[in-house]
Design a protein around this ligand. Structure first.
Ligand code: 7RM
Length: 635
């Protein structure tokens, strides 16, 4: 039996039990047999959740790029590592082999060194989804610099605050980016940001759009000539297991974004092991995760997890709607994609469009479908299963967070029987706990509470950059000696987990706790509804009442609005009960969403409460323009 590759349900249970009974022994074996170490650890794990402090593979020495690149050269040198699919399908895809990747990473590493970057320095990366992005992450890791990737859709404000928070001295960016029909002036945005970042001395600029941009003398340099002149080999920096690998910012419900810090060894071991199993990755597969590398999903499951396994990982520059809504499926057919990993928001958007966009393409190469980022509602799950998976590909609904580094609760495809909307079972080594309001753990099945994790796993974030106190307060103070996720979950009769959403999304109406997700699911089942979001607003009798924002499908546009409102409430009454009926229903053309597709309920809550003077920073939204429309038509 190989603990590295789980193939049957019994094996899962057996390995799971082993990983819980003896976590140190279990992870030691995985680490020992599947990775390259310059020096082994003295101690597998030391931890204390009340400090909090977690160390895995103490005093081990390694470089993650040796594991992700060098060790594959002998056997997979000519295999495609990165399969780059450009925004415009007319442009040819690029197959970057492991050997080429090695050379490009080494050159980039030497360019960084040549510009004064040393081990431990923070490097801000603000690049679109082009090969230079992956190459620059790995180049940082090669020389022990800490990368801080900022999603290339964030505003100048957001960039400046992140650069200053982690004190980056250098920025990697490009002349621009292509997104569907649009091209975006990334360099111009960086220029504005840097007016507020006196610490940044160097900006390296990749060419992508060939837009005319301003280069600030003494600060800005074109990347390509530097790469052309750089040496194609670079001795990897030997890193300590617990040296930081990267910082990635994630926004909380309050305050400024948190710079989550991930370290080298544990992160590598956990992302590699989860990738192998949760995507049932096999040697000749072509794996595609549609996330942007600006998010944790891209870090862990486009870059590090796949490359540590010597996989071919597709990197897509474009958007699902360009040149038309068939783009994803065209790419699946063209590259014979075997594993496809995306977000529910993308699935729902595509499900609204004509099925012809799907049916035109041959999707028979697909073996596993993944979902991540938010709870996947039943309707979207079935659409995905039926139309993309042809009812034969397992859907892995993977629950995890920026803070967890890797997937925590998920089916293992072809191993764990799936149930729509359930993330099913904890992954190997993960010990979840559901907690009640009095801080007690709920034992047994058929329970619902706040989701915590009781025991460290290798890829848990070690701190918030520069603010260990906030790290402790946010994650370790709510429940003693447990990591608190901020999510609610239920465990059903067979022990399957269903994530019910952020616990701050619970609304108490007349003393009843109502989760937003089930009400939204109910509304979304109405044939005229495309998507919806519920928030609470204060009510003199009920404490809170419900306000629904509803996007209609085309078919709903022509219908009588008051009739629709009645039908929606009728449906909620049938599904959940009259207590969950909405007091107000506003029809909108869009919902304010974060760049990763999460609804910004904070804004909707304020509009529902007529508190529109202080909406906070909306510049990081995907669609800030819908906010004004919603305000103008508020009820
Ligand atoms: C990977 C990622 C984390 C939050 C998390 C949840 C929600 C993510 C699922 C999910 C239900 C899922 N990192 N979430 N995956 N909820 N089912 N499969 O998204 O840091 O950006 O967000 O996302 O609320 O706490 S993240």
């Amino acid at each position: 039996m190989s603990n590295y590759h789980i193939k049957h349900l019994e094996e899962y249970f057996q390995v799971y039990r082993k990983s819980v009974r003896n976590p140190e022994g279990f992870w030691e074996e995985i680490a020992e047999e599947h990775f390259l170490w310059r020096k082994k650890w003295d101690n597998v794990l030391s931890w204390n959740f009340s400090k909090p402090e977690v160390k895995w593979f103490e005093n081990a020495k390694l470089n993650i790029t040796e594991n992700c690149i060098d060790r594959h050269l002998a056997t997979r040198g000519d295999k495609t590592a990165i399969l780059f699919e450009p925004n415009n399908p007319i442009e040819e895809a690029q197959h970057i082999t492991y050997r080429e990747l090695h050379q490009r990473v080494c050159k980039m590493a030497n360019v960084l060194k040549g510009n004064g970057v040393k081990k431990g320095d923070r490097v801000c990366i603000y690049l679109p989804m082009i090969p230079e992005l992956v190459v620059s992450l790995l180049a940082c890791a090669r020389i022990g610099a800490i990368h801080s990737v900022i999603f290339a859709g964030f505003s100048a404000n957001a960039i400046a605050s992140r650069i200053n928070d982690s004190d980056c001295k250098i920025v990697l960016t490009s002349d621009g980016s292509f997104r569907g029909k649009k091209s975006i002036d990334l360099k111009g945005i960086v220029d504005v940001a840097l007016d507020y970042c006196p610490g940044v001395k160097t900006v390296l600029v990749a060419k992508r759009t060939n837009a005319e941009i301003e280069m600030k003398a003494g600060r800005d340099k074109w990347l390509q000539p530097l790469l052309d002149n750089a040496y194609g080999d670079c001795v990897p920096e030997i890193m300590d297991a617990e040296d930081p690998l990267f910082i990635l910012y994630t926004s909380g419900s309050t305050g400024k974004p948190k710079g989550m810090v991930h370290t080298c060894a544990g992160y590598m071991v956990y992302t590699a092991y989860t990738f192998k199993n949760i995507f049932q990755y096999k040697e000749d597969d072509v794996y595609w995760c549609t996330a942007d590398i600006g998010w944790i999903t891209g870090h862990s499951y486009i870059v590090y997890g796949p490359l540590a396994n010597g996989a071919t990982t597709v990197m897509f520059e474009g958007v699902p709607s360009y040149p038309d809504y068939g783009r994803f499926w065209e790419v699946v057919e063209k590259h014979k994609v075997t594993q496809f990993y995306t977000a529910p928001t993308a699935i729902r958007a595509l499900a609204k469009e004509n099925l012809e966009f799907v049916e035109k393409y041959d999707l028979s190469s697909l073996k596993v479908l993944g979902s991540v980022g938010e709870p996947i509602n039943e309707e979207a799950w079935h659409w995905y299963n039926h139309n993309i998976g042809k009812n034969k590909n397992p859907i892995v609904d993977t629950w995890w967070q920026t803070e967890t580094g890797g997937i925590m609760i998920s089916p293992i495809p072809y191993v764990t029987p799936t149930t729509p909307t359930y993330a099913t079972l904890p992954f190997i080594g993960i010990q979840p706990a559901l907690m009640n309001e009095s801080g007690e753990e709920l034992i047994g099945n058929q329970v619902e509470g706040h989701l915590c994790i009781k025991f460290p796993w290798p890829s848990i974030a070690r701190t918030i950059w520069g603010d260990h106190k906030r790290y402790r307060e946010t994650y370790f103070l709510t429940y003693k000696d447990k990591y608190f996720t901020g999510d609610g979950a239920l465990r059903d009769g067979v022990g399957y987990y269903r994530i019910t959403g952020r616990v701050d999304d619970v609304i108490i109406v007349s003393g009843h706790n109502l989760g937003t997700a089930p009400i939204e699911d109910s509304i979304n089942e109405h044939p005229a509804v495309a998507e919806s979001a519920i928030v609470g607003f204060s009510h003199s009798v009920k404490g809170n009442a419900l306000y629904g924002y509803v996007i209609l499908k085309e078919v709903g546009e022509s219908r009588d609005r008051d009739n629709l409102r009645r039908e929606i409430n009728q449906q909620i009454t049938e599904h959940i009960g009259p207590i969950a009926k909405l007091d107000k229903i506003q029809f909108v053309s869009g919902l304010p969403k974060t760049r990763s597709g999460k609804i910004m309920r904070r804004i909707l809550r304020k509009i529902a409460s007529k508190d529109i003077n202080n909406l906070g920073d909306i510049s990081t939204l995907l669609n800030p323009e819908v906010v004004q429309e919603i305000i103008d038509n508020a009820l």
